[in-house]
Design a protein around this ligand. Structure first.
Ligand code: ADP
Length: 199
């Protein structure tokens, strides 16, 4: 199971990635978590990373790609994974192709959630969570960055007919089930490659 999960902030990507990884016994590779840990431990030249994250901008492709390459190098070629938060730019998607040359095909899953629901969820999260980048202005910027930088990644995979769109506005268990199905090699029976929808 090699799954890439793509979706806007607030879509439930992190929660779903963790659940799918646990259920499938594969590692959950979350670039946001790796970057936050790196900043907290002071192990990386953290200033640029901290600055980008706290303003809702993206960390440089080079830094993030190196981090993902490092994680991949630790996995056997046959081991699956759930990749959460990467690729977020077309450059990163191209880099991921290179990283996947020795491995099998990827299931690229978009978690689609209507914008007003995203804003509602992020507002709720800000009230309960301690993430500094959930501040209202930063959230707005993260959504804008998603539209500007990450939507083209969806088009990149759509053009190859390899994007699977899952409705993220369903009960969490149903979302998990659909992502698991998308990552299953026999899932073709449920997938309409013309529309990219999984029903
Ligand atoms: P969310 O999807 O809710 O925005 P993440 O934890 O995935 O949360 O990411 C938090 C922040 O980490 C992003 O806003 C960005 O600054 C940085 N980041 C994570 N992944 C990447 C990436 N692939 N490229 C560049 N920056 C990234």
């Amino acid at each position: 199971m090699r799954i890439v999960l793509i979706g806007p902030p607030g879509c439930g990507k992190g929660t779903q990635a963790a659940r799918v990884a646990q259920a499938s016994h594969v590692p959950h590779i979350a670039t946001g978590d790796i970057l936050r840990r790196a900043v907290a431990s002071g192990s990386m030249l953290g200033d640029a990373v901290r600055e980008a994250m706290s303003s809702g901008e993206l960390v440089s492709d080079e830094i993030v790609t190196d981090l993902v390459a490092e994680q991949m190098a630790d996995l056997d070629a046959g081991t699956g994974f759930v990749l959460d938060g990467f690729p977020r730019t077309v450059e990163q998607a191209i880099a991921l192709d290179v990283l996947m040359e020795e491995r099998g095909p990827l299931a690229v899953v978009e978690l689609a959630v209507p914008e007003d629901e995203l804003v509602r969820r992020l507002r709720r999260r800000r009230d309960t969570d301690a993430r500094a980048d959930d501040d209202e202005a930063v959230v707005r910027e993260r959504l804008a960055v998603y539209h500007r930088m990450t939507k083209p990644v969806l088009d990149f995979y759509k053009a190859r007919r390899s994007l699977i769109t899952v409705n993220g506005h369903l009960p969490p268990e149903d979302v998990t089930e659909r992502i698991m199905l998308a990552g299953d090699p026999v899932f073709d029976a449920h997938f309409d490659s013309l529309t990219g929808r999984l029903d």
